[in-house]
Design a protein. Structure first.
Length: 394
């Protein structure tokens, strides 16, 4: 950590050039600067990435930024705030602290937070920033979190861990056993120090795989922001025997859409299939699609499903729904000549669900352009026939 970056003149330079062309800054002479201009540019680039993702850091004076990769890998403030509200108590330890956003929000709900980060420079940066942010109840430890826990006799109300996927398993099936730290391997160590464990995983992890690798799962939380899944969280309670509840949440601005179901209920649920075209079409938000609660969501809202694997729903009466809603304009079989009559040179939005061709292939085949008020779904109905549904968004 080069503390000269925090000098007043350098901070002024960073703030005055936050929207400057980076390449022009590199080419320009900066003889007055007693610091490598590339270090200041790295600060500018990292700070710019915080404008929307981490506004508390962006708007705070004398924040020291790590490289862009650390910013890209950290939680956003809205997801950190969301997960911090899932747990509470007096003490929590974050074993994989990183840039410290999660710990900062845990500190709003716990009396004492311990932040562990193996990278010494990043740990120093985080400690400095907490002082600037006024987060005085966070203890920063420059050590591997798991090693620190192994050598400790302290008990915590909660342990938080965000394992990272190893690069050598890229492209293979994603298991928690493939991550560092290996949570399934060390689960009993974690449970020796806390009764509650909150595990953040990649959204790419298959929920069924996570369930098979872990024990004592109380709940699973899928967190989406603006309909893009950002986090998958497993909440473990020591010796829990409760049925697992899955929560699918979509954050949009200051509003959060929630849907929840019991895994056992999803297995046992029955849902009727749409044997004819109805008036309204529904597409669940991305958090629900990730959750796998396909029968539960249809049953909860009294909808009929197009096909077991299509994950689109219909009704004759419009209902409030956690996802997109459409008025059905026309349903037709997948026949090229007829579809060209309807779509050629049209501006529309194309979505595929349980359909063998990609959006790009369909756009090229039917000569459509992106945009407009027409929403077109290429899917499969309950008779296993490919169909096209023309809709307008409600």
């Amino acid at each position: 950590m080069d503390k000269s970056i925090l000098n007043t003149s350098n901070q002024i330079f960073i703030n005055n050039n936050i929207n400057s062309d980076i390449h022009a800054l590199l080419l320009k002479s900066h003889a007055e600067k007693r610091i490598d201009i590339r270090s200041l540019i790295e600060q500018i680039e990292s700070k710019k990435k915080c404008l929307l993702k981490l506004p508390s850091w962006y708007n705070c004076k004398n924040i020291y930024y790590p490289n862009k990769l650390s910013i890209e890998q950290t939680s956003s403030e809205n997801t950190a705030d969301f997960k911090a509200k899932l747990v509470d108590g007096n003490t929590i330890i974050d074993l994989t602290g990183g840039f410290g956003v999660d710990s900062y929000y845990f500190a709003k709900h716990f009396k004492q937070v311990t932040h562990c980060e193996i990278n010494k420079e990043l740990s120093e940066i985080v400690e400095h920033n907490y002082t600037q942010l006024g987060a005085n109840n966070i203890k920063v430890i420059s050590d591997d979190g798991l090693s620190y826990l192994e050598s400790s006799t302290e008990a915590y109300d909660c342990i938080y861990i965000d394992p990272s996927r190893r690069h050598d398993v890229k492209g293979k099936v994603f298991y928690l056993n493939d991550c560092l730290p290996n949570v399934p391997k060390h689960l009993y160590l974690l449970l020796k120090h806390a009764n509650t464990i909150l595990i953040k995983t990649s959204p790419m992890l298959d929920i069924a795989v996570g369930i098979s690798e872990l024990k004592y799962i109380k709940s699973i939380h899928i967190v989406a922001v603006n309909n893009e899944v950002k986090e998958l969280l497993f909440l473990i309670e020591k010796n829990s025997t409760e049925p697992i509840t899955v929560y699918a949440s979509n954050i949009k601005g200051n509003a959060v859409s929630h849907f929840s179901f019991l895994i056992d209920e999803e297995y046992d649920a029955n849902i009727s299939l749409a044997t004819r075209s109805l008036k309204y079409l529904y597409e669940p938000n991305s958090a629900i699609l990730k959750s796998g609660g396909f029968k539960s969501v249809g049953q909860r809202y009294g909808l009929k499903k197009l096909h077991q694997h299509s994950h689109l729903y219909m009704s004759d009466n419009l209902v409030d729904f956690p996802g997109r809603r459409f008025s059905i304009l026309k349903v037709m079989p997948y026949q090229k000549k007829e579809i060209l009559k309807q779509l050629k040179n049209k501006t529309c939005h194309i979505t595929i669900r349980n359909f063998p061709e990609s959006v790009a292939q369909l756009k090229a085949k039917f000569k459509t352009k992106d945009g407009g008020d027409l929403y077109v779904f290429f899917t499969t109905n309950c008779d296993n026939k490919k169909i096209v549904i023309l809709t307008s968004k409600i």
